[in-house]
Design a protein around this ligand. Structure first.
Ligand SMILES: *Cc1c(COP(=O)(O)O)cnc(C)c1O
Length: 237
C-alpha cells in the first residue's frame, strides 16, 4: 500500500521523533523532571494531512495548526484519527466559529472580544474547549499576538467565567531579540501567579524546535514542535 516515497517519509519522521524525544528526555534529566510530564505537540501547519496521519501512526497524540481554513480542512481529512487538535495561531474573531468546531484546545486567546466570540461559538457547536491565554513576552513590542503579562490575569478570569471554555493555562512564544531563558523565566513566574487564583490552569505551553530545552527548564508542560519533526518549512507569505 505504501509507495516508496511514503515509506521514506515515515522513516524520516520516525528518526526525527526519536532524536526529539532524546532532547526532551535530556532536558527533563537536567531539570529533574519526569518526561511523562511534557507533552509533545507536533505542529503540522503547512504540511499535508498525510503527515498528520503518519505522526498519529507513530504514536503522537497532539497536533497543532495555526491558520484557518487550513486547520479545519486538515482536521476534516483526519477526523478518524485519535488526536487532540490545538489551535496555536493568531485568531480573528470572525474565524472563531470554524475553530470552535474542531479545536480541542485554543492556545492563542489574547483579548476579551476573542474569548467572547469563541465562547459563543463553542456554545453553538455544543463543544467544550480548553483555552490558554497567550502571553506576549515582548510586552506588546512586536505585535505578533498575545496579551501583555499585566492583562493575563483578567483574561484568565474571563475564560474561567465562559460557559464552554475551560481555562487550562498559558502559552507563549520566545521573543526573537531576547535570550529565551530570561523570557521563559518571566513566563514561569506569571504562571505561578495564575496558578494561585486558578489551580486548574496547569498547562504551560512553551518551547519550539530551537528552544525546547529552555522551556522544559522553565516548567513547560507542552512543547510545540514543527521543523525538528517534519523538516524546515518553505517560507510562506
Ligand atoms: C510554527 C509554530 C511552532 C513550531 O515552530 P518550529 O520552530 O517549527 O518548531 C510553535 N508555536 C507556534 C505558535 C508556531 O506558530
Amino acid at each position: 500500500m505504501n509507495s516508496g516515497g511514503e515509506l521514506d517519509r515515515r522513516q524520516e519522521i520516525e528518526a526525527n521523533l526519536a532524536a526529539l524525544q532524546h532532547r526532551i528526555d535530556n532536558a527533563c534529566a537536567t531539570a529533574g523532571r519526569d518526561p511523562a510530564d511534557v507533552t509533545l505537540i507536533v505542529v503540522t501547519k503547512t504540511r499535508p494531512a498525510s503527515d498528520v496521519a503518519l505522526v498519529a501512526d507513530l504514536g503522537i497524540t497532539d497536533v497543532g495548526e495555526n491558520r484557518e481554513p487550513e486547520g479545519s480542512r486538515k482536521q476534516a481529512e483526519c477526523e478518524n484519527l485519535p488526536l487532540t487538535w490545538h489551535f496555536i495561531g493568531q485568531l480573528q474573531r470572525n474565524k472563531a466559529g470554524k475553530v470552535a468546531r474542531y479545536a480541542d484546545v485554543v492556545q492563542s486567546l489574547d483579548r476579551s472580544e476573542l474569548i467572547a466570540a469563541l465562547s459563543a461559538a463553542a456554545d453553538r457547536a455544543e463543544r467544550d474547549i480548553q483555552g490558554l491565554v497567550q502571553v506576549d513576552l515582548t510586552d506588546g513590542a512586536t505585535g505578533r499576538g498575545g496579551a501583555t503579562p499585566q492583562d493575563a490575569l483578567s483574561l484568565c478570569e474571563e475564560i474561567a467565567a465562559a460557559r464552554r471554555i475551560k481555562l487550562a493555562g498559558l502559552m507563549a512564544v520566545a521573543p526573537l531579540d531576547e535570550n529565551p531563558d530570561t523570557a521563559f523565566a518571566r513566563l514561569r513566574e506569571l504562571h505561578e501567579r495564575v496558578l494561585k487564583d486558578f489551580p486548574e490552569a496547569k498547562m504551560l505551553s512553551a518551547g519550539m524546535s530551537g528552544d525546547l530545552e529552555m522551556a522544559v527548564l522553565a516548567g513547560a508542560t507542552h512543547v510545540r514542535i514543527g521543523s525538528a519533526v517534519l523538516g524546515e518549512r518553505h517560507h510562506v507569505k
